[in-house]
Write a protein that binds this ligand. Sequence first.
Ligand code: DC
Length: 225
Amino acid sequence: MIVTIDGPAGAGKSSIARQLADAMGFDFLDTGAMYRAIALAAIRADLSWHDRDAIIKLAKRCQIEFRERQVWLNGNDVTELIRTPSVTDVIRHVADLPEVREILTQRQRTFANGRDIVTEGRDQGSEVFPDADCKIFLTASPEERAKRRQQQLAEVQRYVPLEDILAQQNRRDLEDQSRPVGRLRPADDAFVLDSDGLSLEDVLLEVLRVVNRVRSEHAASADER
Ligand code: DC
């Protein structure tokens, strides 16, 4: 069974997708980490963002592995590094390239082959797994997402004005929504869940309800055959 969870930055996808995977006993695929790893590799190789061919070649060569909860790039643990603003700020240069998306799409499909997975990203339900059993699009208003981000940062003693977070978030939303291939959008058959005013626990319960409903529908139709 494949469950896709897509949505904008800050909608709580990662926490929900991980917890859902744990609750269902499914494997978890963080596709944002794959784009992040390639952006980090390009920074390390000092590539020019104008050199599309070099970025594509690098993407083909990059070895990205998920070990437990860590992300490894070419044999090194990069779990923390790929989350730094210097990586986030340049991701569009790799995520905008259709060739890079194609390389990662194939790897994501290979990962899913023969497994039960929860996969999280922007294009999982719309492009990568159009036949997924259950598609969820998790969203929240820009203000709510920015407030949650501000709170997360405050928890690690970083105090950033809401306007700054909102401005950066709007820029990322625009980038994610306007890329020529793999843009952020709900698949036509996605269940859209707006998490404004809901706690993480509420969202998880709702998502579990949707996934379990799909699962029992599948089991019922298998029995009929
Ligand atoms: O989910 P995240 O913040 O880790 O993702 C980082 C960036 O990677 C995001 O801004 C857009 C890109 N991305 C993508 O283009 N397609 C995906 N399936 C996942 C992420």
